[in-house]
Design a protein around this ligand. Structure first.
Ligand code: WT7
Length: 656
């Protein structure tokens, strides 16, 4: 991971340029120029060409209540109509929308006509249970056709969904249900992953226990496995019973473009996770447009985004973007290492996947697996169907990029390294495969119409070649609208007054002195990126100190990790004497289990270090920079003269 950015350039191969939706650099530049000359006109043109409006908009961008921007506000549309009905109406109902591969390898194909019928049935079932436009519905489901249908059904009736990743704990689920004031939870009895059945409904029961979520009226349960579950009469109902007898058509609720399509909770640098609120029209526009241009999606493609629908990548590039374009996509229930680490390559071969989109962490772990077990090396599979690769979630180091390019892409497939965030709704800085020359490790240039820039702490542009703060100067259609229930936090987090009204991404970046290419240098706040999952250090600290029997104080920092990008390191002061040896190991395990219970297994600290106290300045501030050095195993070069208790540095040297 020491290699930051490469000096190699890969020009788009002729096969990628020819027939691409954006073909050649001149075409890319023309689009950027169009957006620069007439910003509103550019986005209005895209919104008219890509989306079907029940009531066309006349207003494009309303900045009067900045930073609460509104797009296409007098237009009306429905997302599920755009993703399903319009393709069926155009005679494409028999096209396969989803190729679902289950954990055990069994495959189901669902056409657009079927997906529409199932969405309509569930939409009717939700309405029959009193779910109305604007109500929040929490979805805690495995990767499944039913999960996609649940999201589409909410969109159809104007209910705002909030999907919670199936790896989050009961406590995290409860927090999200409460914050959103949800009226219903859609879940499954269990999820099947890696040959095992894991609970979902039992976690929902836990989250809702003791009347902790009084807004919830019903729980609908998809029967995924034969596993037994507890049942609350009057509240719980099987999905198959709920949809039985429901009509397979349902008039879409035509909502205003600004109507909240979904909330998605994500970590910030302080406090509890925030409910990022997305719109209907602007969001869907960017989901469709980026799927079209970044992935160059065509009717002949089999598209596979490996993300979970619990993350924004699964929202935009599974549930919404590809379906809005009438594409054919894979939905995969399982994990990349089951039955072995060749699963992705085997599936690409089996389904003739043409576009493959995954995270650097997955690539790095599959590189490792292929190094130790030659049988799972991609060279053993026929991957000739691939024409385009994508990367998302964290920086991709050039060594992993080169391996992906050579061994997965056969040297012929462009790689789109897509930089974006939960808050941005879709790609912000990314190559376009038929246009942009690629430099491994760089996400290259802004998507046409996205005014990404690098500034200093006062919002002034910094010259290329000099690092700074990544901002977006103008509002864009798919941007976060607010933080659910906390507009002040929205303003403070993303529009700090010193930045001249620019959107603050929270990442540092640098542009190449010669070609202006962007490279993301990492978060500038207390947010970690572990395996492409976003975690707040404060959140993990709060979880640790809530273990009041054991923990007196805790500080959490990140350190670089070869596979997961960053790893979580916790520094802990116990309410008992500092442990060592086996006792320390046992307590470390106990603390990891505690964090898994509080937040979810993804938040478990990799390293735990115990001290009699934490390194603080004389004024009592935890010296985090110093902790980061310790976590990396570096010798501490910082000035430690202000340290209250310099002796503890030695104690913290041992990680458990
Ligand atoms: C953070 C956003 C984007 C959807 C999945 C993650 C990091 C994301 C890249 C990339 C370098 C990246 C940033 C960003 N990030 N993509 N291509 N190169 N860094 O969404 O959980 O909201 O996390 O992920 O640090 O701020 P998220």
């Amino acid at each position: 991971m020491s290699d930051k950015i490469s000096d190699k350039i890969y020009n788009p191969p002729a096969a990628a340029v020819q027939g691409a939706h954006v073909s050649g650099m001149a075409a890319y530049e023309a689009l950027c120029k169009e957006a620069e000359t007439d910003y509103a006109g550019y986005w209005a043109r895209q919104a008219r060409e890509l989306l079907s409006w029940k009531q066309p908009f006349t207003q494009v961008l309303n900045e009067s209540d900045a930073p609460f921007f509104k797009w296409f506000e007098d237009g009306r549309l429905n997302v599920s109509y755009n993703c399903l009905d319009r393709h069926v109406e155009a005679g494409r109902g028999e096209r396969v929308a989803i190729i679902f591969e289950a954990d055990d390898g069994s495959v189901t194909r669902v056409t657009y006509a079927e997906l529409l019928a199932r969405t309509a049935q569930l939409a009717n079932a939700l309405k029959a249970r009193g779910v109305k436009k604007g109500d929040r519905v929490v979805i805690y489901m495995p990767m499944s056709v039913e999960g996609v249908v649940a999201m589409q059904a909410c969109a159809r009736i104007g209910a705002t969904h909030s999907v919670v990743f199936g790896g989050f704990s009961a406590q995290s689920l409860r927090d999200r249900v409460q914050d959103a004031g949800a009226v219903m939870v859609l879940t499954a009895n269990e999820q099947a992953r890696g040959g095992k059945s894991l609970p979902l409904k039992a976690i929902v029961d836990d989250a809702l226990a003791d009347n902790s979520c009084p807004t919830i009226r019903s729980v609908i349960v998809y029967k995924r496995t034969g596993g037994q579950i507890a049942w609350v009469d009057g509240r719980d109902e099987w999905l198959h019973d709920a949809v039985a007898g429901q009509a397979a058509s349902c008039e879409p609720e035509w909502v205003e473009a600004e109507h909240p399509l979904f909330l998605l909770y994500t970590s910030g640098s302080t406090g509890k996770p925030k409910g990022v609120q997305h719109s209907t029209g602007g969001y869907l526009l960017h989901a469709a447009l980026t799927t079209k241009w970044t992935f160059d999606l065509k009717d002949s493609d089999i598209f596979w985004c490996t993300a979970d629908i619990g993350w924004v990548t699964g929202h935009t590039y599974i549930t919404y973007g590809p379906l809005a374009l009438g594409g054919t996509e894979i939905v995969f229930e399982g994990i990349p290492t089951f039955p072995d680490a060749g699963r992705f390559w085997q599936m690409i071969q089996k389904h003739q996947v043409t576009i493959f989109y995954t995270a650097p962490t997955a690539i790095r772990s599959l590189i490792k697996a292929a190094e130790t077990n030659e049988a799972v090396h991609p060279k053993n599979y026929d991957l000739s169907s691939l024409r385009l690769l994508g990367s998302v979630g964290e920086p991709i180091n050039p060594a992993a990029w080169e391996w992906y390019h050579q061994h997965v892409g056969g040297g012929r497939c462009p790689i789109v390294d897509t930089f974006w965030q939960t808050e941005t709704g879709g790609h912000m800085i990314t190559p376009l495969p038929g246009a942009t020359p690629l430099v491994p490790g760089s996400c290259t240039l802004p998507f046409p119409g996205i005014t990404a820039a690098i500034v200093d702490e006062t919002g002034n542009d910094v010259p290329n070649g000099q690092g700074g703060i990544l901002v977006v100067k103008k509002p864009w259609p798919s941007m976060i609208r607010t933080i659910w229930g906390d507009p002040e936090r929205f303003k403070k987090s993303y529009y700090p007054p010193e930045l001249k009204g620019y959107y603050l991404a929270g990442d540092g970046a640098i542009r190449d002195a010669d070609n202006g290419y962007f490279t993301i240098t990492g978060r500038i706040d207390d947010v970690l990126n572990v395996s492409g999952h976003r975690m707040g250090t404060m959140e993990i600290e709060s979880a640790l100190v809530s273990c009041t029997d054991l923990v007196a104080e805790a500080a959490v920092v990140g350190r670089p990790d070869d596979t997961t990008g960053e790893a979580i390191c916790a520094f802990v002061v116990l309410k008992r004497p500092r442990p060592s040896g086996d006792e320390a190991k046992a307590i470390a395990k106990q603390l990891r289990d505690w964090v898994a219970k509080e937040i979810g297994p993804i938040a478990k600290p990799k390293d735990i270090r115990f001290g009699d106290n934490l390194p603080k300045t004389r004024s009592g501030k935890i010296m985090r920079r110093l902790l980061r050095s310790v976590a990396k195993g570096e010798s501490v070069t910082q000035d430690t003269s202000t340290l209250e208790n310099p002796a503890i540095l030695e104690q913290l040297g041992q990680a458990y």
